[in-house]
Design a protein around this ligand. Sequence first.
Ligand code: ADP
Ligand code: MG
Length: 896
Amino acid sequence: QIQQALRALTIPLERLQMMKSHIMQAMHRGMSRQTHAQATVQMLPTYICSTPDGTEKGDFLVVELCQSQVRTLLVTLFGDGNLSPQMIYKIFDMPEEIMHGEGEVLFDFLAQCVSELLADTSSSQERLPLGFVFPFSCQQTKLDRAELISWSKGFSCSDVEGKDVVQLLQSAINKHELCHVDVVALMNDTVGTMMTCSTEGRPCEIALVAGEQGSNCCFMAEAHLVEKAEETSGRMCVNTEWGCFGDDGMLSDILTPYDESVDDESSNPGLKRFEKLVGSLYLGEIVRHVLITLIAQKELFTRSDVAVLKEKGVLKTHQVLEIINNEEGTAAAKRVLEALGLEPRERDCSRVQQICRAVVSRAATLYAAGLAAVLSYMCQTRDLDQLLVNVGVDGELYHSHTRFKEILQNVIKLLAPECTATLLPSTDGSGRGAAMVTAVAVRLEAQRREVNELLAPLRLSRADLEEVQALMRMEMELGLGRETNATASVRMLPTYVCHTPSGTERGEFLALDLGGTNFRVLVVRVSEEGIRMASEIYVIPTAIMQGTGEQLFDHIMECIVTFQLKHDLTKQVLPLGFTFSFPCQQVGLDKALLLTWTKGFSASGCVGQDVVQLLREAAQRKNHSGLKVVALVNDTVGTMMSCGYDDPQCEIGLIVGTGTNACYMEEMRNVGTVEGEQGRMCINMEWGAFGDNGCLDHIFTSFDRVVDEDTINPGKQRFEKLISGMYLGEIVRHILLAMADRQLLFKGNPSPKLQTKNIFQTKFLSTIELNGLALRQIRAILHELELNASFEDSVLMREVCQAVSLRAAQLCAAGLAAVVEKMRENRGLDQLSVTVGVDGTLYKLHPNFSCNLQKTLQDLAPNCTVTFMPSEDGSGKGAALVAAVASQTARPGEQP
Ligand code: ADP
Ligand code: MG
């Protein structure tokens, strides 16, 4: 029968594994907005978003409301890794009548305690931050805002439930003329345990409390998973309140009749089932019920009067812990049992010892299952193969019993083999820990202020954007005007493309695409079945981009010849459309003078020349006669045309790739630089140069200026340098350097690699801004940059990336708003419906850019319904379509 009882108290490994996964499911339910109301494991947000990093410094106050005491504490931290905090305690007895009196009196009493502590100490600090340990059930909505849901632990003060207890304490403190005391954080005792175990460089991210107050666990969760709280960035400590696990019956198959008896006799039957298996309030009770059963079965104490064991609470947990002690255990058992008036024999003592061991071991394995669930949950949600983490542990079970520790460690290893948890003993989690929570809150507050200050110039208001829109509109008018064009920063170049495609274009064409990351040659067939293309990418070495014009165009010709050979095109002379994405003064469809190089090109002898002619001359140098250039096309125009082939409403082209630019269909009567009043012409805005005349100087930040000065065209393409892929990574890099400089990032030490120009690529923004910061791709980036970034560093990096990419999208939207509003006015419409054909990797691959662009545009131009259509290979297809339109119109007898 003894064996049977012991077996009932032993939980097989498979059952523990199952339980671990049930706890994980319960955790997921507690975290999710949809299911948390019904969840047994509450997973309460604590609004504590960081652990100590050792730099915390200054004086901090703590007030802790305990069952029969108020503990006050002044902690001084020296910024030395929290190795040697100085602490002054003062403890006050809580008068019974206050516990049941008016709420106001309670808080006055707390303020009085603080005031007495301060009278005995000397802190000259101007502002004294205070942490409030308030271990009651609260609805917390901020670190310093928590409404009491209900009193417990013998308290029942009037007029407090439903109120913000931080506010109540602050008012009482103010009344005591302690105005420099500022209540900044409210917390329970688990988080404190976690905070005291963090040492420099080794954050502690889980705490386990196995003490008189109950058993509980908290850990740092990914904030976006804490759906009850608004925060979405970084991590937040979640208080699991796992004591309620099993209240829905999930534990029924491991509950023994002894557990049922303990539960029946408790003040809250059916509730807190996990707590009642592991909590130190209950272990003595479980043992007592096992003994009662065995006595009834005549297995124990055959010669004593055992009525005394029927009384609740006669066997205390600390006695159980003494009994299981190896050396003196049986002696302790004898002592304890005799004190109860029993007459134990030797055999009784050793049996009682076995039973106590079984009950405590079971508690340890259950704690291990719970911890293993939390560990695996953390490992999974952080997208890690392996989790290395420190666990702070407090409570008498842990401190007084080595076997408990061993079981805990061994079972965790079995249940969560992917996690390595280092258990660290914590002492005075609630007092010192509360001071740490407060200190961390103050550190974060100061850091936040500095970050906001640094990023403020990048954050554009609605008024700023409206102003940019108005300025763009003004520059557009100047660019279109015959007299003003030459000096306008937005050149508004005519393209001689007067129609978007009709869809009836036919034929086979060659196309070139120069002016981006890749140089490509394409063959494009436009037929009834649609458009078919084949293309090859060729590299243009930087030496050639920045060499002589002859070298550049010779290189291009060589690529064309290679392409024609490869694709068997040497016997035909196909009309060629040339997508050339640099600002050109177009004189006709096939005649265009290069105005200036951009985007890293600087080949000599080209500016002012007709680009088509330069290509023809290169063909002559090669004695190549199979080239018939019919049109030179900007990539924006190509993009508009290729989308226009599918959507007749597409009358705008937009590029957000290496650079940025836009084109749109303008009324001929408004184009002062070309003769003729009828119809429309596509205008290549060259908006990248917007601001080159100084009109945007007020929105440039110091970071933008540094980036600009380090380009090959300083002072030029200023709008583009705020928006496009070639520059966003650089802007971010300079901000990161400034933040490290101010000790806000990387502990003030950026890697030498981060000093390297262009090392921070714009594609990193896309990866970093994707949700789920723990992604391994982000770790790969940090690794590549040799950055030793903490988790919080990566949260801040993401904020920087978001600020830069948001500004880019908003500015792009302000530009487009000017365009669509002008088109609407041109056409005398109340409402314009138009499609924008878009190309560019930044637009297409960045996770937020397009959405931010569209949202802002809708806001700035509410009378326009704008649809965005990503183009597929706009430059190639578009050049072919322009060539098609051109060769059609070239045929005699046909209408243009
Ligand atoms: P181009 O504009 O040169 O014709 P793309 O449209 O492909 O070529 O744009 C290339 C630019 O896109 C690069 O300069 C790079 O900065 C940026 N880029 C590349 N990958 C990504 C990405 N995943 N997210 C955001 N930007 C990217
Ligand atoms: Mg391109």
